[in-house]
Design a binder for this molecule. Sequence first.
Ligand code: ATP
Ligand code: MG
Length: 649
Amino acid sequence: MSSHIESTLVENRVFKPAKAFASKARIKSMAQYKKMWNESIKNPEKFFAREAKELTWQKPWKKVLDWKVPYAKWFVGGQLNVSENCLDRHLDGPRRTKAAIMWEGEPGEKRVLTYQQLHREVCRFANVLKRNGVKRGHRIIIYMPMVPEAAIAMLACTRIGAIHSVVFGGFSAESIKDRALDSGATLIITADGSYRRGTIVPLKKNVDDALKSGETAVKRVIVFRRTAAEIHIEEGRDVWWHRELEYVDAKCPAAALDSETPLFILYTSGSTGKPKGILHTTGGYLLHAHMTCKYVFDLRDEDVYWCTADVGWVTGHSYMVYGPLAMGATTLMYEGAPNWPENDRFWRIIEDYGVTVFYTAPTAIRAFMKWGDQWVTKHNLSSLRLLGTVGEVINPEAWMWYHRTIGGGRCPIVDTWWQTETGGMMITPIPGATPTKPGTATLPFFGVDAAIVDDKGKELGANQGGKLVIRKPWPGMLRGIWGDKARYKQTYWSEFKGMYFAGDGARRDKDGYFWIVGRIDDVLNVAGHRLGTSEVESALVSHPSVAEAAVVGKPDELKGQAVVCFVTVKSGITTSKDLAAVLKKHVRTVIGPVATPDEIRFTDALPKTRSGKIMRRLLKQVAAGELVTGDTTTLDDLSVLAKLATAED
Ligand code: ATP
Ligand code: MG
């Protein structure tokens, strides 16, 4: 593999943290970041032991790290409980009456749960689980709307040592069944429905369908009443959440769990293939979530923090529930769609609650841009002090819009690169220290030894594209793929000896900043030049008519691969052959002749996972004129595929 990625699209703009922000931040300068990072790499055991002391342990650990490639154990011999760290320890001081969760339903209801109230609800529900036969190590599927009870259910599992597996509420019966079979779950927690764009999503019906064939081990379904929609109740199997609460009391001790006790299984989003059941454990994971909230969001007691991710994704686990609650922060939760009843719902929420820290995904930012600034400027967003993104490469165009239009030019942006597998953020700016550049996740977090290597595992120099690897274990790392030891080794540890590789291509610039250029399988090889899909996509989106673009390669006899671009245009723009020609020329000017698109295909929508990631593997098949095959269960809207097959140049 030629290791050079054309990297002419280098962003030269640099944004230094504002003094007003830096002076109040925990980490105030690059010198401080570098000193801490060096220590975390040279002496990780000392570094992480110091950080871990901020958590509450029922029994101290004997050994910080036990590392036998590729198996890590963190805080060996230590015992703790995640729900105790997220709840009980905040009850001794003024946080007792502070809002833990502020919630808004899509129809408009509002609820606030203080730490004391949340603690009580979690204890009661943990007793409900016990009453229904749940024991340590049992797997529990949570298939819930975005309501506080989703977090309550998760925390209740952690309280008694049961392993939760949250299944995103937008998934089908088939996906629930697959995950129930794979995890061997015995109990499902769900609701009678959830609100999405004004209609009721029939969650319980999907659970019924998933269980119909009788193949799973699920014996009990607990149903939370959210919508009062009429549902089927299977006698002997289904019970109501509120009825069960009548039989239990509000005392439930937090189980003392070994640091390596499994905490949850979460299936990846499936952008590149069949979802994998990623296993996370207790102590290391919680530490990673806690530390990143502390240093990356620089969370404060006075913050109103909002992560828009669904609880069904790892972001919803680490950065809506566990990280912020372990910090004693106020976390906001919104049930529904960003464009219900109108396109300004998010900005309305930020204004209403005085949100200070806002964390969302590039796909959402591009949608906001497409809808237009008028929805944003109606609202006062001056409470915001910090913005974040995760999930995909953010194109510099969207970064700039986020910075100016949402952040008012005043808020640092943390572009955080990480994965379900990594448990928490891995490459990210530290907001009071790191000068940012639009489109790069910048530098590694503490303890993260990231590098770009060639196919032989040799580290590459500046601006040479290659594979992104992590060379040291970190506390939040996955401990395996549920039920498949061989796949764990094969997927992450077989490419290079002793290094973690999870499929992303990247390069480092002369400042050492990491630019993710896309999935390694998606990197284009055009006439011997390697091109990151994200670089071509960024170039397209920098044209004023383009809202979103996805670029894939198609086999080409002459060049190896031809560059095929799927493009959606902004509202009000009409597509034409002329516009296609203009866009081809535009990419050629921005990147260079080698990147000139061979085909521009206009489309109304791109195939995305439910978490909003573009599924390029499907587009590759469409571009090559092949029948689309492979796992499509996590695709958001199947009809998009049918339309794409007929999209015109
Ligand atoms: P699957 O592994 O099933 O294909 P997935 O990788 O999309 O699904 P996640 O674990 O949710 O599932 O996503 C992690 C991936 O998202 C990363 O490997 C990377 O490709 C992308 N990603 C996340 N954050 C960023 C970011 N800040 N910049 C660039 N890419 C990002
Ligand atoms: Mg992945």
